[in-house]
Design a protein around this ligand. Structure first.
Ligand code: IPE
Ligand code: IPE
Ligand code: MG
Length: 240
């Protein structure tokens, strides 16, 4: 952890592993998809809260490369839900100065979802208050493998010399090369797992898991996690 990266007690880039939708629904005797539907409301609130409190980059883990193993009906529902959310949110994203971009593999995603994503990404690309990365069909290992493939292609084309590859150059080949390392990763639902999230960019991140289920996540939980982050950074700065 280099000191210069750690002098900010407020996280510039926040990543959230939005977990617990299924349990939220089960606790109410509802099908799991009802939890996902409720979770979308939390996404909407959290994007607005982050823009308001000054987070500059928000990465939301919405669908992992492992999530394809879920029942087809749930996967199909999540694809449709993402498409509907993005389509519906465009005016609010514009109003709040939010730039949306996909962070993930395009392969296997429905073309209608990609169309909506590309359109909203294009229309919001000048917004600079908050960058919202939708980690959808995202896997940290897939991202590193895809970066490696792109590096090999560039090397073959003569655009890159192997001996010059370093961590900085490598990071430009990750998804969304405009996105810096993540400062704080919050996981809801109480599990202490990374689940293949942001592996490369998480090298120096603070990780915090909270028992609250994603549909119940509120601004106070966001503030609590940011407080934990500030404490971790102060401890580090005092001790280093
Ligand atoms: C997280 O909630 C949302 C996605 C992975 C899409 P889950 O669906 O994993 O909910 P739990 O963990 O089963 O409660
Ligand atoms: C993590 O939740 C992935 C997302 C939030 C998209 P999961 O419920 O899929 O992860 P595991 O199965 O607990 O690792
Ligand atoms: Mg889960």
């Amino acid at each position: 952890m280099s000191r210069d990266l750690r002098n900010q007690v407020f996280p510039c880039h926040l990543g959230i592993i939005m977990d617990g939708n299924g349990r939220w629904a089960q606790q109410r005797g509802l099908p799991r998809i009802a939890g996902h539907q409720e979770g979308v409301q939390t996404v909407k609130r959290t994007v607005e809260d982050c823009a308001e409190i000054g987070v500059k980059i928000l990465t939301l883990y919405a669908f992992s490369t492992e999530n394809w193993r879920r029942p087809k009906m749930e996967v199909d529902f999540l694809m449709r839900l993402a498409e509907e959310y993005i389509m519906r949110e465009l005016p609010d994203l514009q109003r709040n100065g939010v730039r949306l971009q996909l962070m993930g593999r395009r392969e296997k995603l429905p073309s209608s979802l990609l169309g909506v994503l590309d359109n909203v990404a294009l229309q919001t690309k000048e917004n600079s208050r908050l960058i919202l990365n939708l980690a959808f069909n995202y896997g940290g290992r897939a991202e590193i493998v895809d970066a490696m493939k792109a590096i090999i292609m560039d090397q073959r084309k003569g655009n890159l010399v192997v001996s010059e590859i370093d961590e900085n150059i490598f990071s430009h080949y990750l998804y969304c090369s405009n996105v810096p390392d993540v400062d704080l990763i919050v996981r809801t639902g109480g599990e202490w797992r990374l689940s293949n999230f942001l592996l490369w960019r998480a090298a120096n991140a603070v990780f915090w898991s909270m028992p609250v289920l994603w549909p119940d996540f509120r601004k106070e939980h966001l503030q609590e996690a940011i407080g934990i982050y500030a404490k971790q950074i102060r401890n580090y700065n005092d001790g280093a």
